[in-house]
Design a protein around this ligand. Structure first.
Ligand code: UD1
Length: 422
């Protein structure tokens, strides 16, 4: 099993190019299932474990897949689907696989999808996806841990989400593209990745309007042309590198970024004393001295992203003052707290609120990544901690960041990957 060995205390300086957004690439690759004829081409695909898992799900369904890592381009031909089942062993590895349900119902009128089960950040139900597909005329039976769904055909409907589910919105949007009639999603997720998916689909002939707002309208069409799309830059990775610059008292410029997607993140960094400079496609973060304390509440977009909560907590743990961080999107998303405390942070939690009393320095220790984002937050804390740290279960981090250690090294970090089994 791979670990990261990090010697902290080096200032990070320089430029790093952000990769394509995992959370946008996944639904867009999955959307290729809707294309009955021809080859879809998706560019700027990051080289990540979750992408390989997604491609395996698509291959399992009969999609011909060709991923050219050198050019970050995937070609997909879904003209001969041979199944409609997403098996447990794949969905359990990556719950985003559940999103094949929409395209399969839209195109074939049937789908058999494993329920994702729990994960490290809480129970994460799929009831909103389910209720929406039922409202669209789908009959769903539970069989041995699977949802067996049939729609003859999928019908447009008015969908009310109790809360704006990100992948729920994408799943329903993909189903609705080829459903009969018009679908309206109310209280839809406004995330930029939803907009990216809508743009990819619209350029292939879909009729989606309102993506990026809380009301999305989809008029069903009979068929789509092949997708031809370049995936948006990863705003979460951009945020990660910015915190890396700030937490080490350095200066990091992220290139190829889309600063507009990061409004509240940049505002919060500035509130914590980080100097943030923005151009059309770069963001630079620098910090001299300790960060200031901040108040952060995670919230659906355009609120502060839950996926950057652990990274911000790492920064807050070194602040001059006491920060308060509330996690309102997921239950149990504080697993990194105990690990940050191992590094010398002073953090206590009550319910969904963490109080972070800033300390002057952290010191190296062995810590454990529990999911992608918690793991990234720990790497950032270790970059700032004095002495040597080991981050275990790096496979979580590899799900969301392409060779993170190599790119941090180029910025001046002392971080190496080691295989503990060798
Ligand atoms: C997506 C992102 C993930 C991010 C999250 C929140 C992808 C692949 N993943 O996950 O990185 O952390 O958005 O920004 O894009 N909920 C229900 N019932 C449902 C669906 C969701 O109760 O059917 C709840 C969840 O438990 C959670 C909240 O809604 O409390 C938001 O979850 P959701 O937006 O659906 O997250 P994902 O789409 O799974």
């Amino acid at each position: 099993m791979d670990v990261f060995r990090i010697r902290g205390g080096h200032r990070l300086e320089g430029e790093v190019e952000v990769r394509g957004a995992k959370n946008s690439a996944l639904p867009i690759l999955i959307a290729s299932l809707l294309v009955e004829d021809g080859e879809s081409v998706i560019r700027n695909i990051p080289d990540l474990r979750d992408i390989y898992t997604c491609l395996r799900v698509l291959e399992h369904l009969g999609v011909e897949v060709d991923f050219k890592r050198e050019t970050s381009t995937v070609r997909l031909n879904a003209s001969r689907l041979r199944g409609f089942e997403a098996p447990y062993e794949l969905v359990q590895q990556m719950r985003a696989s559940f999103m094949v349900m929409g395209p399969l119902l839209g195109r074939l009128g049937r789908a058999k999808i494993s329920l994702p089960g729990g994960c490290a950040i809480g129970p994460r139900p799929v009831d909103l996806h389910r209720r929406a597909f039922e409202a669209m005329g789908t009959r769903i039976e539970d069989e041995g841990g699977y949802m067996v769904a049939e729609a003859t055909p999928l019908q447009g409907a008015k969908i009310y989400f109790d809360r704006p589910s990100h992948t729920g919105t994408e799943n329903i949007m993909m189903g609705a593209v080829m459903a009969r009639g018009m679908t309206t999603i109310l209280n839809a997720s406004c995330d930029p990745e939803v907009v990216d998916l809508a743009e990819a689909l619209n350029s292939a002939g879909a009729r989606i309007s309102g993506a990026g707002s809380t009301e999305i309208i989809i008029e069903g069409v009979a068929a789509l042309k092949p997708l031809d799309h370049t995936v948006m830059p990863d705003r979460l990775e951009t945020g990660t590198f910015l915190v890396a610059g700030a937490i080490t008292g350095g200066r990091v410029t992220v290139t190829g970024a889309r600063p507009d997607d990061l409004g509240l993140v940049l505002a919060k960094l500035a509130e914590m004393g980080v100097d943030v400079e923005v151009t059309a496609d770069t963001v630079t973060a620098s910090l001299s001295g300790r960060p200031e304390a901040g108040t952060v509440v995670t919230y659906p977009y355009p609120g502060f992203p839950t996926d950057l909560q652990a990274s911000l907590m790492a920064l807050a743990s070194l602040a001059d003052g006491t920060s308060v961080i509330r996690e309102t999107v997921f239950e149990d998303r504080f697993l990194h707290v105990a690990e940050l405390v191992r590094l010398g942070a002073e953090i206590s939690t009550v319910g969904d609120e963490a109080t972070v009393i800033g300390v002057e320095s952290l010191s190296g220790a062995s810590v454990m990544a529990s999911d992608i984002r918690a793991g990234t937050g720990l790497v950032l804390a270790c970059l700032a901690a004095r002495g040597e740290s080991v981050v275990n279960r790096v496979y979580h981090i590899d799900r969301g960041h392409e060779r993170l250690e190599e790119r941090l090294s180029l910025l001046g970090a002392d971080i190496v990957r080691e295989d503990t089994d060798k």
